[in-house]
Design a protein. Structure first.
Length: 86
């Protein structure tokens, strides 16, 4: 545990930020999984509709620094490629 007062404050802040980051990461992963499940279930039209939700979740995660920009672009690219293949 930190002893310095500023370090204690930083720890409190990082705990709060961790909750938000975990939530954003979880929503992103769930959105991506939804799209992949629809593709596997041979339902590309529904997957196309869910793609915008996945894009939004991925972009928000990248904007907030949960994932890097190139990682977000790669995820989006692979999702589109998967849908076009189906």
């Amino acid at each position: 545990m930190p002893i310095i007062k500023s370090a204690q404050k930083a720890l409190r802040g990082s705990k709060k930020k961790r909750v938000f980051n975990d939530r954003r990461r979880r929503t992103m992963r769930e959105a991506v999984k939804d799209v992949k499940k629809l593709v596997v279930a041979k339902n590309p039209t529904e997957a196309q509709k869910k793609l915008s939700v996945a894009y939004q979740a991925i972009d928000k995660a990248a904007k907030r620094g949960v994932i890097k920009k190139n990682t977000a672009n790669r995820k989006k690219s692979r999702l589109v490629k998967l849908i076009k293949k189906a």
